[in-house]
Design a protein. Sequence first.
Length: 226
Amino acid sequence: MSGGKIFLIVVSVFILLIGLGLIVGGGALLWSNTFLRDAEGYYTTRTIDIERNSYGVTTYPAHIEFGPAWFFDWSNLVEVKLAARNNRVKKTFIGIAEEEDLLGYFNGVEYDEIKELHMNNPFGYPRISYREFPGAAPSEPPTEKDFWAVSTVGSGTQVLRWGLEEGRYSLALMNHDASRGLDIDGKIGVKVPMIKGIGIGLVVGGLVFILFAFLMVYLVATRSRE
């Protein structure tokens, strides 16, 4: 067998491996899209227990930056769902705001910032580490402020849904009256509408690669008989 034919066989095997990888990846996405989502289509964490003696809990600011708007509507790429239930006789407040506004509200206030959230805790429940900020009580309850990008307040389980926006945003959990002491069970869900389309595209692309690889092998085998 000539060197050129050996080279083509090596290339065809490489293309075959790429195709198999695409099919496995696409199949995994389709499987997760079918079996790992809740009834609303969100990938949801286990229950997170937040119990602090401060006036509020915030997350570390997330810097969100989209690509060119003319290329894709990035705001529809991911949607976040936050569910929280207060274990005390208090209404729960959930709000998302830009970092500057939230820091201004919590300036001089005693609160906790979530530094890390470990979901793969071997004991079966998420583990949280906090950064504590000393201070006094807020001057106003969160419901009196108008800088929230989105918020919800009420008794029982409160659900907040948010489509991503550009900027630096943080989440805040508080009692509706800004009183001290939080005992909240929460869950975080993420919806990625494009997952199914990406999975199908990867599987189709993988099949094309595999067919092309077999075609190359067939051509090499045909020429070897000549």
